[in-house]
Design a protein around this ligand. Structure first.
Ligand code: PMP
Length: 357
């Protein structure tokens, strides 16, 4: 039962809206949303300021951004769509692919928005458990494909656990997936990956027309507040996904920011390298403390805390660290400014002393 004064869809009422990381209290570090902590690049800030247009609609097709991305990836502009964050493109994709009676498979735990976008279409989610080490089990995914499956979403590196899929492992998987079944590789954090054997699904697009890659400017490129993400794939799939878009969601400022940040590859590379190096350092220190932290290839680390999750999150909060707790499962901690590392490790040490593994 709910308190809604009108009839609304029961499955929507039963769901919670997407939970955003709360603002950090004073004197604490907000490590809950996988944002980068760096201030906007000057050139990006300037491009945004100069592109503010309040009375005209933006270019609904984000043509300039699509062309720049097409050039970057060596594909045609018709292979690219741009959305208000990759989450909006994922919603569009699920709506284009699945409906009542259909099934959507995704390894779980993964990006929190997947279940909600499937419910919205009336389709059924088929979550496939991760392995104990936080890795994705593609064989288990293959086993649950039925003739009702319309879409498989795999997240690599996986949010919130951190490991990647391997290039060869994923190729073998794609060889076995029916060629008319859509697969989306959600690579929101790919820029932080340092494992040389990790999947880069864009390399497989030419071989697998049923494969679509989702990426974003929100993470490594620091534009979370501007809302720009993109997908790469077969032109007919891109066209179909576009038809389910809410028009004009990507503002002129957002498009200008994406174009400007693409002109700063070296500055972005430096920032990404700094975060990836800090991630490795934090993970090593946590392993030394005794935390079984899975391989971390994005800009966060995962503490598998099980039943102690909320108690550990409280200790972190008291120590000035705001992380994302998934009750009963674990805590995801974003890697950000250098100054956050000492309080983070101190709080984790306190937690593991109180709740040893
Ligand atoms: N995919 C994954 C795995 C994510 O973690 C996120 C953001 N948390 C997104 C997609 C969506 O990001 P955005 O909409 O900002 O591009």
């Amino acid at each position: 039962m709910t308190d809604a004064p009108v009839k609304l869809r029961a499955e929507i009422l039963a769901q919670r809206a997407y939970q955003q990381g709360k603002p950090a209290p004073a004197n604490s570090f907000k490590l809950s949303s996988n944002e980068v902590h760096f201030p906007p690049l000057e050139s990006v800030q300037k491009a945004v300021t100069e592109s503010v247009i309040t009375n005209r609609y933006p270019d609904a097709s984000a043509a300039a951004v699509r062309e720049a991305l097409a050039e970057h990836y060596g594909v045609n502009a018709e292979n690219v769509i741009v959305g208000a964050g990759s989450v909006s493109l994922l919603y569009q994709a699920v709506q284009a692919a699945a409906s009542v009676g259909d099934e959507v498979i995704y390894p779980w735990r993964s990006f929190e928005a997947y279940p909600g976008m499937v419910t919205l279409t009336g389709a059924t989610s088929v979550p496939v458990a991760l392995r104990r080490d936080g890795t994705t089990d593609l064989d288990a995914v293959l086993e649950v494909i039925t003739d009702r499956t319309r879409l498989i979403i795999v997240c690599t590196p996986n949010n919130p656990t951190g490991p990647v899929l391997g290039q060869r492992e994923f190729e073998k998987f794609m060889e076995k997936v029916p060629s008319d079944l859509l697969v989306i590789a959600d690579e929101a954090y790919i820029e932080f990956v340092t494992d040389p054997n990790a999947l880069n699904a864009t390399r497989l697009l030419a071989d697998y027309p049923n494969l679509v890659v989702a990426r974003t400017f929100s993470k490594a490129y620091g534009l979370a507040g501007m809302r720009v993400g993109y997908m790469l794939g077969h032109p007919e799939i891109m066209r179909a996904f576009n038809t389910t878009a809410i028009p004009f969601l990507i503002s002129a400022q957002a498009q200008a920011a994406a174009l400007a940040v693409m002109r700063e590859p070296e500055a972005i590379r430096q920032r990404v390298n700094e975060i990836s190096a800090r991630r490795d350092e934090v993970r090593r220190a946590l392993l030394d403390q005794g935390w079984p932290v899975p391989d971390a290839q994005a800009n966060f680390v995962w503490l598998p805390c099980g039943a102690q999750t909320e108690a550990v999150a409280d200790i972190l909060r008291e120590g000035g660290i705001i992380a994302r707790a998934f009750p009963g499962d674990g805590i995801r901690i974003s890697i950000a400014e250098e100054e956050s590392v000492t309080p983070l490790l101190a709080a984790c040490w306190q937690a593991i002393e109180r709740y040893p593994y």
